[in-house]
Each structure stands twice: as C-alpha cells, then as structure tokens.
Ligand binder design. Structure first.
Ligand code: C5P
Length: 223
C-alpha cells in the first residue's frame, strides 16, 4: 500500500461549489469536503504526486499536496481541465452544484416589503459536468467518480458509471443521517463495470485508503 501509486500524478476534486446569486447569497450543497481531502491524503501516502482542487471548505490541506481553491463550478472545471493532461488518475469527489443562477445580480436583492410580492423566481441553468468533460477526452486519465444517492443507490450508481463513462464509481447512501456529508464516517460501495464491493462503515480516512488500494490494483499496466 505505501507505494501503490508511486510515480503517478493524481488529481482530486473535492468539496461543494458555490454559485452566486448576488453579492451576499449563493446556491450550494452540504458537502464538507472531508471524503475528498482524505482521498488526497491517502493517495499522497500511497506515493502519488497529488493536486487537490477544492471548493469552499473548512479543512486543513493534507501534508505534501498542492491545493488550488475555487468557488464556482466554472472555476473548478477550468482548474481541473488545465491539469488533466498531466494526470494519471482523477478522483472526482466534488459535489459540484448542478445549477447556477442565469444572471449574477450586481446588487443585493432586497426583501420585498409588499406581501403581494412574496414569491420570487430565480432562473437557473445547469453547470457543466466536469467529470464528463474529462472522460470525453481522447487521451483521458483513469477516472473515479463519486455519487451520493438517496434512493435506488446501486441502480443509480451503475447508470452513472455508464452514462459518465467512468472507470469506477464510489457510491454512498445519504438517506442514512449517520454517514456521508458532514460526518467523519462513511459507508460506500465501490462499483466497477463488472463487479462491486461493499466496504463497511468506517472513518472517511480508512474508506479513502481502501478506495485508493482498490483503484491502484485496477489501473491498466501501461500506467
Ligand atoms: O452529481 P452527480 O451524482 O451526477 O455526480 C457524480 C459524479 O460526477 C461525481 O464524481 C461528481 O464529482 C461528478 N460531477 C462533476 N461535475 C458536475 C456534476 C457532477 O464532475 N457538474
């Protein structure tokens, strides 16, 4: 395990993204970034040169890695794509916000004083799918997706594995409040095209170590 990723370049995306509505408000999600940071740490400990592209989180960087901070999905895509050609393995752990306001308001939106105007519509547009932009490339790295599901967990994971053309997907059931998102523990199933492995509930660091080891064993010999 200590040298499982020796001489390889690993890119990790982590955390949520924030999509601004006005100067003080944004749309985001509950991702803490913990699982992505632990993947970066485990990959570094396995001998890889690691770059972590992180959305806004409250975490210290693991030792020995390069960290790039971003806010929006667009920034995350640009930082990932500018490094992707030099990377051997991409772990897409980020919970990229799926929608952003169509327009960024330059001034703070005022609360309406008139009750008749108590409803507000903000037009949203979808953000780009970063991992799909990576897997669409001709000379692509080995790509590990992550998914948080609330229902039909394995079916949705297998669908995403195929649709996003991933090499493997790590899925957790976020309908269980004791795992995923903000917590320190996680329980995941690692889904390869022809097989799947359920890992027991344990710390996000131990999950990361096992995922890194499984990925290292699955890498093509050419790497
Ligand atoms: O959000 P979803 O469940 O589709 O995410 C599955 C995978 O796709 C994750 O690996 C996530 O990092 C990636 N993703 C992405 N860009 C998006 C949405 C998701 O890279 N805009």
């Amino acid at each position: 395990m200590p040298h499982a990723l020796k001489n390889l370049s690993v890119l990790v995306s982590a955390g949520p993204t924030q999509e601004r509505i006005d100067p003080v408000r944004f749309i985001s999600n509950r991702s803490s970034g913990k699982q992505g940071f632990e993947i970066a740490r485990a990959a570094e400990e396995a001998g890889a040169k690691v770059t972590l592209v992180s959305g806004p989180v409250n975490l210290k960087s693991p030792a020995g890695i390069e960290r790039v901070n971003v806010h929006t999905a667009e920034e995350m895509k640009s930082e990932v794509m500018s490094r992707i050609d030099k990377c051997d393995v991409f772990f897409a752990v980020a919970a990229v916000t799926d929608f952003r306001p169509r327009k960024l308001l330059e001034q703070k939106l005022k609360r309406p004083t008139d009750l008749a105007q108590s409803e507000l519509t903000i037009q949203l547009q979808t953000t780009d799918d970063i991992v799909q932009a990576v897997t669409a490339k001709h000379d692509r790295p080995y790509v590990v997706g992550f998914a948080a599901e609330t229902n039909d967990v394995l079916k949705n994971a297998r669908d995403k594995l195929m649709r996003k053309n991933l090499d493997v997907i790590v899925v957790n059931d976020v309908s269980d409040p004791t795992i995923g998102f903000e917590g320190d523990e996680n329980q995941v199933t690692v889904v390869f095209p022809g097989s799947e492995l359920e890992l027991e509930k344990q710390s996000k660091y131990k999950i990361a170590q096992q995922v890194v080891e499984l990925v290292a064993n699955a890498l093509p010999r050419s790497l």
